[in-house]
Design a protein around this ligand. Structure first.
Ligand code: KIV
Length: 282
């Protein structure tokens, strides 16, 4: 393992070198991310869609996020581990928000939390930062607002919406977040935000001008089974390759080609013969 990445390390990357963040939800995905040298692992609430096959992210709660965070931390990853606060875990009160984030830190091993939203979240962000829990913001297309947004739509297309987005980014910065995810916004808006805040911005579907980029790891690896969003670049075709590999396994078992000699445990010939003899006498 290399050097552990910390919140101050991420904070110091404003302006470069560009930050990389991928989602991970379990031990193997965290190991891959760590060995690949990514900077930040996000235990995203996208686990709802990606792992649990749900239609949106609204179905996961703190217990589920703790479980996935624990699996990620067992990989002892070098990247900073940020865990998403799921829907309704930071909307009720400052106390409730703190209790939930505390579980992510204490039980899940989160080194920071991420929460969606702008102006209305500032009191919750303040409560967390006052308790020494680092917070990553998330603006633009915020999937937990799917019903309020009327679907997953690019945000900040009109002048007033773009202005509000820049303003909310400044409010999050003033509240003390150490980085801001910008999701599903026009590249020009992401550039404006990036230029106007002093904390790193990490884009997804936000063009090339942010201080870093994040992708859902199953998108990046081509491990999904639905339609991929426009902003995804698939660096692999794991779903196709996985189906092909499992089909070969099925064929090999049926034909007797698996398991072979090398995949079986052998006793020395004389011991095997004696054992066989005794068993057939029984
Ligand atoms: O949950 C998630 O995967 C996210 C990323 C899309 C930023 O929030």
């Amino acid at each position: 393992m290399g050097d552990k990445i910390t919140v101050p390390d991420v904070r110091a990357r404003k302006g470069g070198p560009k930050l990389t963040m991928v989602t991970a939800y379990d031990y193997p995905s965290a190991r891959m991310a760590s060995e690949a040298g990514v900077d930040i692992i996000l235990v995203g609430d996208s686990v709802a869609n990606v792992v649990h096959g749900m239609d949106d992210t609204l179905g996961v709660d703190i217990d589920i996020m703790v479980l996935h965070a624990q699996a990620v931390r067992r990989a002892e990853p070098d990247p900073l581990v940020v865990v998403d606060m799921p829907w309704l875990s930071f909307h009720i009160s400052r106390e409730d928000t703190l209790r939930n984030a505390g579980r992510l830190v204490r039980e899940g091993g989160a080194e920071a939390v991420k929460l969606e939203g702008g102006h209305r979240r500032v009191p919750m962000i303040d409560a967390l930062i006052s308790a020494e829990i680092p917070v990553m913001g998330h603006l633009g297309l915020t999937p937990q607002s799917v019903h309020a947004m009327g679907g997953y739509r690019v945000q900040g297309r009109e002048i007033e919406a773009a202005r509000a987005l820049v303003q909310e980014a400044k409010e999050l910065e003033a509240a003390g977040v150490f980085a801001i995810v910008l999701e599903g916004v026009p590249d020009v808006v992401a550039r404006m935000v990036t230029e106007q805040v002093s904390v790193p911005t990490i884009g997804i579907g936000a063009g090339p001008h942010t201080d870093g980029q994040v992708l859902v790891y199953t998108d990046l690896l081509g491990l999904g089974f639905g339609r991929y969003p426009k902003f995804v670049r698939k660096y692999e075709e794991f779903a196709e390759r996985g189906v092909a590999a499992m089909s070969t396994f099925v064929a090999d078992v049926r034909s007797g080609a698996f398991p072979g000699e090398a995949e079986s445990y052998h006793l020395p010939d004389d011991v095997a013969r004696e054992l066989e003899g005794r068993l057939s006498d029984d």
